[in-house]
Design a protein around this ligand. Structure first.
Ligand code: AHR
Length: 824
């Protein structure tokens, strides 16, 4: 932590020259940030921006936990500094700097003892005061401030307000907004110029959120197969090693044991004490050890399911394994004969249900007296995606493959950097034999078996022809962390970035990062390449991209660690493209500082995130137009249109389609993009909206999925420069019509047209520069349309013969049209 030194009479002159009293404060309960008020001529006080938070604390867990008390504002040689209590007790002190009180730098957090190292000029000219703001007496401080400062703050807040109301424009008011709008005419002309764009623009970001992995994409049907659920890691009060398991009948008792487990990473197992007397057990199938699956076990009639477990039995023990419907009917049954053994023995059988069930359960029925230890109790459909063992749920994986993703980012998101330093996703704990993997608390409030681990992610990428893009923590946990770690000893190390991994552990952390590259790409003779081969994949995975960090706060703690990791990777593997991070928003402290750092460190690419109103996407189509073409590239790693109530509907889908025309146009600087989050299981959703909802038997892609699928299917590697002229003076209408033209690797020309208006727009498309013969063109047209609030899109594809390369294309109200003109 740098020493913060404030000395001399910094800025005092400008303060003294002022004519206005400025009052600064934060709400008494800490729920708010630095607020400012000015004294009116009549002696009353006016809050600037009516309670506008000029800077908010970023310390602690999400939302309500981020608080600010007693902010004190100091002039500095470069502007201002705000010192505040980030906890009510003052156990953590926050420090934020700003040149102008509008733009703020990433914050610093200090233990109270460290504030003694700070040198403050105490006579800065502010005095404690209590003033009346909107009828409430508030405690804070008063200083004398320059009129110019006050008026610049007023203008700033007014400007923010205008943007806020612009971005609050939703389609439900389009009727009113465009009541006088007649159908529009537009002209789209290909100018004849073109540029290369990234062939990897459309990809997916898979995070284990909303039960996306266990109980989702991962094919395992038994929940808590390894008895490693930990009390407290799940939202459910009953959560613990026995979760999802029960016994029926009074001849079996079940306990969790940990003596001589299969592996130290998998310390718990089930111990069944069976003492019914053989006759009772054989005749009475009612005694069973039962798993309820993830909301039940879905079974298809006539399909094979592979059951397996590891067992250690004190006696020879016949065991019946049944798949039982909700009504108690046996849909499939098989027998296993357990040996008497002191060691763990593997058993397996295939079961074929004779009936469909959406909610079956697994019954293990021991038929002899004795003590049986069971672990890694598993049931997988034999038919997984591409038939892999330990594979993926076929329909879900296929739905992802249908997006034609050029890359897959995994395993997070917040899951990658974790809630607390102990919770960072250690990739090594996710590979190897299933029973040797390290289960991990999922920060979204459940458990990760990590049966779907790094090796499986790499294989999935290979199966769908996508580049793998793993993301590793930058040795700091999630900025919203609030979970104890072995490094926690006070509030400073308990919340937020927790001071990052201690620097004396960084070398070993960096080695883990380098080992990942070796696991993916190293020869089988190398230590980690050998492990890949042992897992069944001697060929390298050809890893080219590596994310370091996930929307972290770009603090000194972060920068120190990130720079070392980035430098080490680039030194050892100059061929790897490192993707850094620039915070969770499209602007602000982390975005600015993240980009500054990326330029300074010449980071190959950075990962931008923004979840925004559809109207933000409408009004920011020029967002990338001025980005430097020759520097750090952009990965738009997490984005989505968010409406109030967070639905996925035609409005969000079309706003994304509209924005993606601009992303394609900027495909020379934006190299990759992925909507987030990808998957959500009904009834287990922590975040909305998502691209695909599912339950055990159905997959329900959203309207936004259709947008991403159409872009994935119709991506290009060349951008055909064009001009779009929409014939109206209505700027709001103009902003809602957009187009892009690309050429793909087959030479097909693809025109995308979006009309986010309640009226038709007729577009004259001029492609003469590309089809100079003037002959007619056969094309394939796909139109996605609907009303803004529709949660299902109509998507219709037809063949259209265009009379010449200059043709008219009518765009229905609220529609997205893709026109593919094959080169041959
Ligand atoms: O996509 C959901 C979450 O959003 C991600 O985990 C995180 O990176 C972002 O805050």
């Amino acid at each position: 932590m740098k020493k913060i030194l404030l000395s001399g009479l910094l800025g005092i002159a400008s303060l003294c020259a002022g004519a206005t009293d400025l009052f600064f404060y934060s709400p008494e309960d800490g729920n708010g940030g630095l607020r400012l008020a000015v004294k009116n001529e009549d002696g009353s006080w006016r809050s600037i921006g009516n309670g506008y938070d000029f800077v908010k604390s970023d310390f602690g867990a999400w939302g309500a936990h981020k608080k600010m008390w007693n902010p004190q504002l100091f002039p500095t040689s470069t502007g201002w500094a705000c010192l505040f209590r980030a906890t009510n007790s003052g156990s953590v002190i926050g420090w934020a700097e700003s040149p102008d009180l509008k733009n703020w730098k990433p914050q610093k957090y200090l233990a109270p003892a460290d504030t003694s190292k700070l040198t403050f000029r105490t006579n800065v000219g502010f005095l404690p005061a209590s003033v009346d703001i909107n009828g409430k007496l508030v405690a804070g401080y008063v200083m004398n401030a320059d009129d110019a400062l006050i008026s610049s703050l007023d203008s700033y807040v007014a400007e923010r307000g205008k943007l806020y109301s612009l971005y609050s424009e939703h389609a439900d008011k389009d009727g009113e907004r465009f009541k006088d709008l007649a159908p529009l005419k537009a002209t789209l002309t290909a100018t004849g110029k073109s540029k290369g764009i990234s062939p990897l623009l459309m990809g997916i970001f898979f995070e284990d959120i909303n039960y996306a992995a266990d109980g989702g994409l991962y094919g395992e049907l038994v929940q808590n197969r390894d008895f490693e659920y930990i009390t407290g890691e799940g939202h459910d009060k009953a959560w613990g090693p026995e979760y999802a398991w029960s016994v029926a009948g009074d001849k079996i008792s079940f306990s969790i044991a940990d003596d001589d487990p299969i592996h130290k990473n998998n310390p718990h197992f089930a111990r069944l004490d069976v003492k019914g007397g053989i006759a009772t057990l054989v005749n009475n199938g009612g005694n069973a050890f039962i798993n309820s699956g993830y909301d039940g076990i879905p079974l298809k009639k006539g399909e094979q399911y592979r059951f397996s477990f590891k067992a250690r039995s004190s006696s020879k023990m016949p065991v019946e394994v049944d798949l039982v419907s909700e009504t108690g009917r046996k849909l499939a049954s098989g027998k296993i004969k357990l040996k008497k053994s002191k060691n763990w023995v593997d058993y397996e059988l295939l079961l074929t249900p004779d009936e469909y069930s959406s909610k079956a359960s697994l019954h293990i029925v021991p038929k002899n007296n004795g003590i049986v230890d069971l672990d890694m109790i598993s049931l997988f459909p034999v038919k997984t995606f591409k038939g892999r063992r330990n594979g993926l749920r076929e329909d879900l994986a296929q739905t992802l493959a249908d997006l034609k993703p050029r890359f897959v980012r995994f395993p997070g998101g917040c899951v990658a950097h974790g809630n607390g330093l102990d919770n960072m996703y250690d990739w090594k704990g996710s590979i190897g034999k299933l029973e040797e993997r390290k289960p991990l608390r999922n920060l979204w409030g459940y458990h990760q078996t990590r049966g779907l681990g790094y090796h499986e992610y790499f294989e999935f990428c290979e199966d769908i022809g996508a580049e793998p893009l793993p993301v590793l923590a930058a040795a700091v946990p999630c900025q919203n962390s609030a979970w104890e770690s072995v490094y926690s000893h006070d509030d400073l190390t308990r919340y937020g970035q927790q001071c990052g991994l201690p620097m004396d552990s960084l070398d070993s952390y960096i080695q883990d990062v380098l080992d990942l590259v070796e696991y993916a790409n190293g020869p089988v003779s190398s230590e980690w390449g050998k492990k890949r081969a042992e897992a069944g994949h001697p060929e390298p995975f050809n890893l080219k991209y590596l994310g370091i960090g996930n929307e972290d706060m770009i603090t000194e703690v972060f920068e120190e660690r990130f720079n070392k990791i980035n430098a080490a990777v680039k030194k050892a593997h100059p061929e790897i493209i490192v993707i850094g991070t620039v915070g969770p928003f499209y602007e602000g402290a982390d975005y600015e500082e993240g980009w500054r750092l990326a330029r300074e460190q010449k980071v190959d690419m950075v990962d931008e995130h923004y979840y925004v109103d559809p109207a933000w996407l409408i009004y920011n189509q020029d967002y990338y137009d001025d980005y430097d073409r020759n520097g750090t590239k952009v990965y738009l790693g997490e984005w989505a249109a968010h409406l109030p109530g967070r639905p996925s509907n035609m409005e969000t889908a079309l706003a994304e389609a509209l924005y993606l025309t601009a992303v394609e146009r900027n495909g020379d600087v934006v190299s990759m993009s992925s909507y987030a989050p990808l998957l959500a299981k009904d009834g287990h959703t922590q975040w909305k909206p998502d691209l695909i909802y599912f339950n055990n038997t159905e997959v329900n892609p959203t309207t936004d999925y259709e947008t991403m699928r159409l872009y994935g299917e119709n991506a290009g590697n060349t951008y055909i420069d064009n001009t779009l002229v929409v014939d109206t003076d209505n700027d709001k209408a103009k902003a809602r019509v957009a187009a892009s033209i690309v050429k793909d690797d087959k030479g097909d020309i693809i025109v995308k047209l979006v009309n986010l208006l309640p009226v038709e727009t007729n577009v004259d498309v001029d492609l003469k520069k590309y089809f100079p013969s003037g002959a007619g063109l056969n094309s394939i047209r796909t139109v996605m349309s609907g009303k803004p609030a529709d949660e299902k899109a109509s998507v219709v594809t037809d063949r259209v013969t265009l009379a010449s390369p200059f043709f008219e294309m009518p765009l229905a109200p609220y529609s997205f049209t893709v026109l593919r003109i094959p080169s041959k």
